[in-house]
Ligand binder design. Structure first.
Ligand SMILES: [Zn+2]
Ligand SMILES: [Zn+2]
Length: 335
C-alpha cells in the first residue's frame, strides 16, 4: 500500500510540475508568453481588436474538439505510465561516468588553454548540448516517419485534428520512451566528453531549470507550433529556425506537406535532409491524417492500435496506415 501512496504522490508532483517547471513545454510561463505573442500577431496581421483576438485564440471548437479532449486525457494517462517506465530509462549520469572512465583509460587528455574561463566552457557546453540534442531529435523524428513499426506509434501524434499547446503531449508512451532514451544518450555522451576535457569547469547555463537556449526559445513562443496561429518568420530566418507555421505544415493533411519539417528548433537539419518547407502566415491547413476515422480519438484506439499495427506488420501483413504509401513514395523519390 505504501508504494501505491508514494506512486500517487509522484504522479501528482509530476502533474504539478507540468505547469510549474520551466523544463516542461507546457509550463504556465511559456503558455502565457505564447498567448501574448499570438494576440499581438492577430491584432497586427489579421487586424483584429484585442477582444476579437482573444476570442479567436480561445475558440471552443478548437479547445473542446474531440481531438483536443483526447490530448488532455492522454496528458493525464501518460504521466503514470511514464513513471512506471522510468526504470527502463538509460541513466545519463551512469553513461557519462562510464564514458569518462573509458576515455581516461584509453585516451590522453587533450591540452586546452588553461586560461579559458569557466564561463566560456559553460557557453560551449550549453550550445553543444542544444545543437546535438536538436539534431538527434530531427533524426529520430525522421526515422519515426520512415520505419513503419515506429510510424505506427508516432502516428498517434499525427491524428490530432486540432492543434493546441497540449498536442505536444499527445504521444504514445513508446514514443516517449524512445525520445527519453535519445535524450539520456545525448546528454550522457556530452557530459562524459566535456568532463573528461574540461574537468570541473563544466556547468550547464540554465534558466528556469532548463538549458538556457531552450528556455529562451520556449519563451519566444515554441508552444505556438501546436496552435492554429500560423506565425511565419519569413524565408531568411526559416532557413535557420523552425517557425510555428513550419511545424503546422508537418501536421498538414495535404500530400505536398507529407514528411516535411521534422526539426524541433533548428531548421538546418531539414535543409540538409531536403525536408524543409517554408511557412506562410496566410496558409490554411487541414490537420490530421487523410481518411482518418473519428474513432481514432478514442483512448483504446490511441493506445492499443499501434501495437496491433506492429503485430500485423511483423507477421508480414501490409499496414493499414495512411502514411505507408507516403513513406514508400517519398523514399523512392529521394533515393
Ligand atoms: Zn511527425
Ligand atoms: Zn507536432
Amino acid at each position: 500500500m505504501e508504494w501505491l501512496f508514494e506512486f500517487l504522490l509522484s504522479w501528482l508532483s509530476e502533474f504539478r510540475g507540468l505547469v510549474s517547471q520551466g523544463s516542461k513545454r507546457v509550463f504556465l510561463g511559456y503558455m502565457l508568453s505564447a498567448a501574448i505573442i499570438a494576440v499581438v500577431w492577430l491584432m497586427w496581421q489579421r487586424r483584429l481588436n484585442f477582444v476579437a483576438a482573444l476570442r479567436w485564440l480561445f475558440q471552443g471548437k478548437i479547445w473542446w474538439s474531440n481531438s483536443s479532449r483526447s490530448d488532455y486525457q492522454m496528458m493525464f494517462i501518460n504521466q503514470p505510465i511514464m513513471l512506471l517506465l522510468s526504470p527502463l530509462m538509460l541513466s545519463k549520469l551512469a553513461l557519462a561516468t562510464a564514458l569518462f572512465y573509458t576515455l581516461n583509460e584509453w585516451v590522453s587528455r587533450p591540452l586546452w588553454p588553461a586560461n579559458i574561463s569557466t564561463f566560456w566552457v559553460s557557453v560551449i557546453f550549453t550550445s553543444c548540448l542544444f545543437v546535438v540534442d536538436d539534431a538527434s531529435r530531427y533524426y529520430l523524428h525522421r526515422l519515426m516517419h520512415r520505419w513503419p513499426v515506429l510510424w505506427s506509434f508516432h502516428r498517434v501524434h499525427h491524428t490530432a485534428q486540432s492543434l493546441t499547446p497540449f498536442t505536444v503531449l499527445r504521444t504514445h508512451p513508446i514514443e516517449g520512451l524512445l525520445f527519453g532514451l535519445r535524450s539520456a544518450l545525448v546528454q550522457g555522451l556530452l557530459i562524459g566528453v566535456f568532463v573528461f576535457v574540461f574537468a570541473d569547469r563544466v556547468t550547464l547555463l540554465s534558466l528556469l531549470g532548463a538549458n538556457a537556449v531552450t528556455t529562451v526559445l520556449n519563451i519566444l513562443g515554441s508552444n505556438l507550433r501546436h496552435s492554429p496561429v500560423p506565425i511565419s518568420y519569413g524565408k531568411t530566418l526559416e532557413r535557420w529556425l523552425i517557425s510555428p507555421a513550419q511545424h503546422q505544415i508537418h501536421h498538414s493533411q495535404a500530400r505536398q506537406h507529407w514528411d516535411k519539417n521534422f526539426g524541433a528548433f533548428i531548421a538546418l537539419w531539414d535543409r540538409m535532409g531536403n525536408t524543409l518547407e517554408y511557412g506562410s502566415s496566410k496558409q490554411k491547413l487541414i490537420f490530421g491524417l487523410s481518411g482518418q476515422k473519428s474513432k481514432e480519438h478514442q483512448l483504446s484506439s490511441l493506445y492499443w492500435k499501434p501495437f496491433k499495427s506492429c503485430w500485423s506488420y511483423c507477421r508480414g501483413k501490409k499496414l493499414d496506415l495512411v502514411s505507408t504509401a507516403n513513406i514508400t513514395n517519398v523514399t523512392s523519390e529521394q533515393e
